[in-house]
Write a new protein. Structure first.
Length: 614
């Protein structure tokens, strides 16, 4: 085990190890000590949340584990309905990741630090320890709470004993599990685990992943997962309507056209034992078929299009354009573009003095840490670099999340959330510069992580950019980017106002970025070399002799300071900007100071992107 790792990383390693093998007595003692240390319980809970976020993922969501948590959350003599209440109470205190963890009392408390033995099944746990209940009491682990109360479901084809009233009740959708979700607070429904959701309701999920069971006890039973930001409606028949955002659905029944999902384009009809992914907006819908069969029934028959049928592994994009009807494009389905089982809090970034000192040793001109806001009506993050007056002014309402002693900024969960500089930078054009930060995208999307734009806006309200660092997705709105690789970090460097083709200014990282995982990202320029680094590895480079324009404004989290267009959804921390190009050794020193591993490979195997190859 690496002795340089943070103690909380050791805690995570032991929890993961305990799922596949028995821990030694010394490891058990170390684990118990770590879970009682500062930040230990929330850290363990974050990992458990990732391991069992949903009803069909992770070994923790099992009958033996439910029995363990029954003992952890309630006294053995407590009736089952009280156990459910205790379990839900224990998890509900952590619906906000910003709350200070506290030890529960009464029926929600862990009564003693004794080990709880359970029978071992192949691939399962040999023992579960009191720290599991303690950790669970600090974070929302809804699938576990649901396991305590909900009996194993019977396949609908094997049980016809429902009365008419029971069948109607069973058809109402229910929220069965979720990661630490943020729901809209504008008067819309905030669902409760295990409670039916009435027809006509609209669920607005700002952040996180929520799993709903629809049509329970019927041939149309399905598991639906929505990923924030997204909104869905509940129809009169208990079926789901995707208003905007992305979701996946897994049909659990048998038969044809069992599950219906309504979109703005038409109805998605899903056969039994099939799984799909959907992305929908006001004028466009994507359908990805992973397994089984699905058909698409368009709303407007006068377009002259019949139903669309997909083969397994196919996807279709349906775009509605004014006066031109519906355009249909088929392509390969991709599960990677959809919902992740990781919680937003899964991968902690607990940076301390060692990392700060390493960055300051490299003498940044601008260094924003997001640890605290100063000022009152114009709140700002103070610049810890050498350039005077380069504080980061708050735009809108960014969120915050703490990992141990480190606070990071969250973007995209409100209508506007960004940081900008009022003062322009740099004083003169730069042939050499570096922009360094930690980035954790919430999902695959096209979002502006960091940019530098001209001070004056154009007549149409847009701004010209000399530098941009973005997350990208599969592009079908922007024709110029439609052939670009999906789900990559993109680094753009160009002269303000110059009519250059994208291939002459853009770098796309060789590999895809990861959702809900922290990545060290660096955009750098050294004379005629434009470089993009990810986790200490040179991910792309090209020849680009254009210098960085002088006296531009810096913006983090949005592409324009007064528009929500292409906003970033995720977390950002430790933004450092230098008026020189940092060396590979310096970048890797920073990563190691953060307690992270440098990505293997270094410069080896780098594909140099040229105008001819892009």
């Amino acid at each position: 085990m690496n002795t340089d790792n943070h103690p909380l990383q050791t805690l995570r390693t032991l929890i993961v190890k305990s799922q596949s093998e028995s821990l030694s007595e010394s490891e058990i003692a170390e684990l118990n000590e770590l879970i009682c240390s500062e930040g230990g319980a929330p850290e363990a809970a974050a990992l458990i949340d990732q391991l069992c976020a949903f009803s069909d993922s992770g070994r923790l969501d099992s009958l033996p584990m439910a029995e363990v948590l029954s003992e952890a959350f309630s006294h053995p003599q407590t009736p089952k309905h009280e156990q459910r209440r205790a379990g839900l109470s224990a998890t509900s205190i952590a619906t906000s990741p910003h709350k200070t963890p506290k030890t529960l009392s009464g029926a929600d408390a862990v009564s003693s630090p004794e080990q709880v033995s359970v029978s071992r099944s192949p691939g399962g746990w040999t023992k579960a320890y009191w720290w599991v209940g303690l950790a669970a009491s600090h974070l929302l682990i809804a699938s576990l709470a649901w396991s305590l109360a909900k009996p194993s479901p019977r396949h609908p084809s094997f049980d016809n004993r429902f009365s008419a009233e029971q069948t109607v009740q069973a058809k109402l959708p229910q929220l069965v599990s979720m990661t630490a979700c943020v729901w809209s607070s504008t008067g819309d429904l905030v669902p409760t685990i295990g409670e039916p959701i009435e027809s006509g309701e609209v669920l607005k999920l700002v952040e996180g992943i929520a799993e709903l069971r629809i049509g329970e006890g019927t041939p149309g039973e399905a598991l639906v997962r929505i990923e924030g930001p997204a909104s869905v409606s509940i129809g009169a028949d208990g079926q789901i309507g995707l208003l905007n955002g992305s979701m996946t659905a897994k049909s659990l029944g048998t038969g044809s056209r069992n599950v219906t999902v309504n979109t703005t384009i038409g109805k998605i009809l899903v056969d039994g034992q099939s799984s799909i992914g959907l992305v929908s907006s006001d004028s466009e819908t994507e359908v990805h078929l992973f397994t089984g069969r699905v058909s698409v029934e368009l709303n407007q028959a006068d377009f002259g299009l019949s139903n669309i049928y997909l083969e397994e592994g196919e996807a279709v994009r349906l775009s509605l354009t004014s006066g031109a009807g519906v355009s249909v494009v088929k392509f390969e389905a991709s599960e990677a573009n959809f919902v992740s089982a990781r919680s937003p809090g899964f991968d902690p970034l607990d940076l301390g003095k060692k990392y700060v000192d390493a960055v300051l040793d490299s003498q940044p001109s601008i260094y924003w840490r997001f640890e605290e806001l100063k000022g009152e009506f114009s709140e700002f993050v103070e610049n810890q670099g050498s350039a005077p007056g380069m504080n980061a002014i708050v735009v809108g309402n960014p969120g915050w999340r703490k990992y141990g002693g480190n606070r990071v900024a969250e973007f995209g969960t409100s209508r506007s959330s960004a940081f900008r500089c009022v003062e322009p930078w740099p004083e003169k054009p730069l042939d050499n510069y570096t922009v360094e930060m930690w980035v954790k995208p919430q999902l695959f999307h096209h979002g502006e992580v960091f940019c530098m734009h001209g001070v004056e806006s154009l007549a149409d309200g847009r701004y010209q950019h000399t530098m941009m660092l973005e997350t990208t997705a599969q592009h079908y709105f922007t024709h110029r980017l439609s052939d670009s690789p999906a789900n990559r970090f993109r680094f753009v460097h160009r002269r303000l106002g110059a009519p250059q083709p994208i291939s002459a200014t853009s770098l796309f990282a060789d590999g895809q970025y990861q959702a809900r995982v922290w990545q060290h990202v660096v955009a750098a320029k050294k004379e005629d070399r434009q470089m993009l680094w990810v986790n200490g590895q040179l991910a792309a480079e090209r020849n680009n002799p254009v210098p960085l324009d002088e006296k531009v404004q810096i913006l983090v989290g949005q592409v324009y300071p007064d528009s929500l267009y292409r906003r970033f959804v995720g977390q950002i921390d430790e933004v450092a900007i230098y008026d020189r190009c940092l060396t590979a050794a310096e970048l890797r020193k920073h990563i190691k100071a953060a307690g992270r591993s440098v990505a293997p490979g270094g410069d080896a195997g780098l594909k140099v992107v040229t105008p001819e190859s892009n």
